[in-house]
Design a protein around this ligand. Structure first.
Ligand code: FAD
Length: 396
């Protein structure tokens, strides 16, 4: 796989690893009587008292409920749904980051958003993925003139994801279409090796035996997130984070293929041990005045896709921060997604260099010092205000 120095990845059911993992874990959860699964319940706010977690405000089919607890684990996934072109579920808009930020937690490396170079180009959202493993089998990227635009690049189609994504982006920005051609390397074997992708291509009317696959870049993974220590603890007492919502630093500025599920499974065990070892605290009566609306990022997707995409620059980031600050500070369905996008924009403005998935056209070079940037809700709003825009204080 791209940028891996040897073949080390195990796959389940050809190209259905995620599905097999979820199926296995869900079955294991159902076998544990002490676990209560509240399906369709969405956490909307965390209660914090004296700087520590005191409970959760959640909304389900029967309305809002409060759950008193001094131990909360966030495992709410990524942010891809903030972008127009994404591989993530459309509702995956970084809600866990908003919950943690509003609880006062520190977030880290928010600027590092990974774009996958080969999502199936078409109207479907989320966009189907044409796995990197297809390039691992020898497929090549060509544009609509038949030019193999990565042939001379170090690593070629198996260069690291940020390099391949930028090359595809430049082709698309130049008005070219981009295709992944597996006719030579796989041909009639494609369906057996990649049954899920073959089915997706058939549904899109693509005949893999005679046609290359149209692809484009799409938001895929977030290396940044809630800053955690080695046991998954955040900077807020009683709050842990695990999986894509957390920033362990393990992925640096650019995740290698298949390291996300590995990290999520490995760190989940450390988090569980830490939570069990923590005091359960006492039950509290939780009062709330406002139930934040269900997050809906649809109205901010254009500004996020334009400013926080594969190629960024200071001016576009500042303009985006201005627009997002106005939306984030008014209680509406877009405010939590706008808050998350604002914090990513402030982080991207703060990193005046290009590193991994974060590329600034106005700072294409890389600093010697690979520092990690950390933000809280307060410091992000202060930074946005310092950019010259005045905003009413935010009601959390
Ligand atoms: C198409 C695709 C292919 C991928 N392939 C690979 C791969 O081959 N290998 C690899 O390592 N990684 C892969 N990744 C990345 C990997 O799947 C994700 O990083 C991983 O699923 C993250 O797991 P998670 O448990 O943190 O979050 P998720 O799996 O995203 O789960 C988060 C859950 O939290 C719920 N949630 C969100 N907000 C709230 C809320 N406020 N209240 C209640 N619930 C909430 C969501 O509904 C969701 O069920 C892929 C990602 C995609 C999109």
């Amino acid at each position: 796989m791209a940028a891996h120095s040897c073949r080390r990845i195990v796959h389940a059911a050809g190209d259905a690893t995620g599905r097999e993992l979820v199926r296995t874990l869900a079955a294991a959860v159902r076998r544990v009587p002490s676990i209560t699964v509240l399906e369709g319940m969405e956490a909307r706010r965390l209660f914090v008292e004296d700087g520590a977690i005191a409970g959760v405000l959640a909304v389900g089919s029967k309305g809002a409920v409060t759950m008193s607890t001094s131990r909360v684990v966030l495992a709410t996934g990524g942010i891809g749904g903030l972008f127009s072109d994404t591989r993530n579920p459309i509702g995956s808009c970084g809600h866990g980051l908003a919950l943690a930020a509003c609880a006062g937690a520190e977030l880290a490396d928010l600027e590092f958003v990974q774009f996958h170079p080969t999502a199936l180009d078409g109207p479907r959202r989320p966009m189907p993925l044409v796995s990197e493993a297809v390039r691992g089998e020898g497929a090549v990227l060509v544009n609509d003139k038949g030019q193999r635009f990565l042939a001379d690049a170090p690593g070629g189609e198996l260069a690291s994801r940020d390099v391949v994504a930028r090359a595809v982006w430049h082709q698309l920005a130049a008005g070219r279409r981009v295709f992944l051609d597996a006719r030579q390397c796989l041909g009639p074997r494609f369906g057996k090796r990649f049954p899920t992708i073959a089915q997706l291509c058939r549904e899109a009317g693509i005949d893999l035996t005679i046609e290359p696959i149209p692809v484009r870049t799409a938001a895929h993974y977030h290396m940044g997130g809630v800053a955690v220590d080695a046991t998954g603890r955040t900077s807020v007492e009683g709050l842990w984070a695990c999986g894509e919502v957390a920033c362990t630093g393990l992925h640096g500025a650019n995740r290698l293929a298949s390291n996300s599920l590995t990290e999520a499974v490995a760190t989940a065990g450390w988090v569980a041990e830490s939570v069990v070892g923590a005091s359960p605290g006492c039950r509290r009566r939780l009062l709330y005045t406002l139930v934040p609306p269900r997050p809906d990022p649809s109205c901010i997707r254009p500004v996020v896709s334009a400013a926080l995409g594969i190629i960024r620059d200071g001016e576009t980031l500042r303009e985006a921060a201005a627009a997002l600050l106005q939306i984030a500070t008014v209680n509406q369905a877009a405010s939590d997604p706008a808050l998350v996008a604002l914090m990513i924009a402030i982080a991207a403005l703060g990193r005046e260099e290009s590193r991994g998935s974060h590329y600034r056209s106005d700072f294409p070079g890389r600093d010697a010092d690979a520092r990690s940037l950390r933000l809280t809700l307060r410091t992000a709003i202060q930074a946005a205000v310092a950019l010259g825009w005045r905003a009413p204080t935010r009601s959390t």
